[in-house]
Design a protein around this ligand. Structure first.
Ligand SMILES: Cc1cc2nc3c(=O)[nH]c(=O)nc-3n(C[C@H](O)[C@H](O)[C@H](O)COP(=O)(O)OP(=O)(O)OC[C@H]3O[C@@H](n4cnc5c(N)ncnc54)[C@H](O)[C@@H]3O)c2cc1C
Length: 301
């Protein structure tokens, strides 16, 4: 993939500079080159495509416990005895199910009232039943108050659950959070404002607060999918040649790689309800997705 992308760049005739960049003045980037030296490109127009990086939440003892992030969890060459996953979003759920099927005991801790917080509640309930059927423990509405120990050996987590405080033990810990790469790169020198969560603030044409500076992909707070970042690029390209495409109302297909997988495109029922849009409801329980969980439970009983 990397070689293919590099070949495409070379074929395009674009100048590709490999290094770490930061604004040193508006539209002016100082780049420390990977193989030594520096370059200072100045653009008429600048597009920021900075992405995000794995981060560990600010919970007492969590950083000291050296949890796996999504990067290390994909590279592990041993089987955890008991993996505790903090966060019941797509990445956390995919990892939880994969490690359970490899043979680990797995516990998921989610602060919100349901798994996969953006999905309709019947879909989230089906996911919960499916994972519990496989023997995964799930704590919903649960806050991690503190962590002791070291991931890879023994960890102990103090939890605040809806039914009271409790402590659980595990062997390994995964923290699946992501933070935008917007710190320490001189955005303030370029007049590029951030939103309250630290993402580059953009309008629906992906223009930032600085003239002729755009931001695309995850750093602009777009949905965290490869094809959304690619579509952000299309929006900027069309606006540069006089078009008027925006991020408003775009349909984002996506898929969560659980088994069975969950795929969706368009509004959820909750989103349609919030927008006052009429819809026909087909309860998730009649779908194949739920059917498999029910079959498993029937087989188990
Ligand atoms: C575990 C995991 C699973 C995922 N699964 C899926 C999936 O199944 N389907 C899907 O569609 N998406 C998935 N995603 C999300 C997808 O990978 C991202 O949405 C996508 O890569 C974002 O693209 P981007 O261009 O916005 O940022 P990135 O791909 O992060 O690219 C940004 C680049 O900018 C570079 N950069 C940052 N700051 C600087 C700087 N100052 N100077 C120079 N370079 C800099 C970074 O090094 C990086 O190479 C997954 C993500 C994770 C973490």
């Amino acid at each position: 993939m990397v070689a293919m992308q590099l070949d495409l760049y070379k074929a395009s005739g674009a100048d590709l500079i490999m290094g770490a960049g930061r604004f040193i003045a508006p539209k002016t980037i100082g780049v420390g080159l990977n193989d030594g030296g520096a370059r200072v490109p100045i653009g008429d127009r600048v597009v920021l495509n900075l992405g995000t990086h794995a981060t560990i939440p600010d919970t007492p003892g969590l950083a000291a416990a050296k949890p796996l992030t999504n990067v290390e969890a994909l590279e592990l060459d041993r089987l955890p005895d008991h993996l505790v996953v903090i966060g019941g979003g797509y990445v956390g759920l995919e990892m939880a199910q994969a490690y359970r099927r490899f043979g680990s005991r797995v516990t998921i801790i989610e602060a919100g009232p349901q798994l996969a917080g953006r999905e309709d509640s019947d879909v989230a309930t089906a996911l919960l039943e499916m994972l519990r059927d496989e023997g995964i423990k799930v704590h919903l509405g649960t806050k991690v108050l503190g962590v002791q120990g070291r991931s890879g050996q023994t960890v102990s987590l103090q939890l605040h659950t809806p039914s009271g405080d409790q402590t659980i033990e595990g062997s390994d810990l995964v923290a699946a959070g992501r933070t935008p790469n917007t710190e320490g790169i001189g955005l303030e020198l370029a007049g590029v404002a951030l939103d309250t969560r630290g993402y580059v603030a953009v309008n629906n044409r992906l223009e930032t607060s600085a003239p002729d500076v755009w931001a695309v992909g995850e750093c602009a707070g777009s949905r965290q999918f490869t094809h959304v970042s690619a579509d952000d690029f299309r929006i900027v390209r069309e606006n540069l040649v006089g078009g008027d495409r925006t991020t408003r109302g775009r349909l984002v297909p996506y898929r969560m790689f659980t088994d069975p997988p969950l795929a969706r495109v368009g509004l959820s029922e909750d989103e349609a309800r919030r927008q006052g849009m009429p819809f026909v409801s087909r309860n998730c329980r009649s779908s194949r997705f739920c059917g498999r969980g029910q079959r498993r439970r029937r087989a188990a009983s």
